[in-house]
Design a protein around this ligand. Structure first.
Ligand code: HEC
Length: 108
């Protein structure tokens, strides 16, 4: 009886699971948090900065932008998404920024 209930619950819940955005790598979120990106960014929602899935969509198929974005996050910059400006993130370190930008660009 219990098992049947569980099976039923799974059948009912699965369309919701399909509608939810794909899960994100918790280790990357932790690095983003430690690097203070999450005060202005979210994977799925625009905060002060653009949602990272939107960033991935914008640059899909353009691997040449990776180093440009790494430099921009490190130095700070603006003019692409609106009127707001991203301050420099030098304290995060260029290596962490490269890891994060690569991950952001690979988001489904
Ligand atoms: C003070 C707020 C703030 C912080 C902190 C911040 N960002 Fe941003 N970020 C922004 C804003 C605002 C933009 C949009 C800039 C623009 O329109 O060109 C942006 C844009 C971006 C973009 C897209 C740039 C482009 O040219 O399309 C990436 C990638 C990005 N941020 C990654 C990061 C990462 C990684 C971190 C952490 C190391 C971080 N950001 C920290 C505010 C922030």
């Amino acid at each position: 009886m219990k098992l049947q209930f569980l099976l039923l619950a799974c059948t009912v819940a699965s369309p919701l699971a399909l509608a939810a955005p794909p899960p994100v790598d918790p280790a990357m979120l932790e690095l983003a948090d430690k690097s203070r990106c999450l005060t202005c960014h979210d994977v799925d929602e625009t905060v002060r900065g653009p949602a990272w899935r939107d960033v991935a969509k914008r640059y899909r198929g353009k691997p040449e932008v990776e180093e440009v974005l790494v430099a921009k996050v490190y130095e700070g910059g603006g003019g692409v998404w609106g009127n707001d400006y991203m301050s420099a993130n030098k304290r995060a370190g260029i290596d962490n920024i490269r890891i994060l930008v690569r991950w952001i660009l690979s988001l489904p």
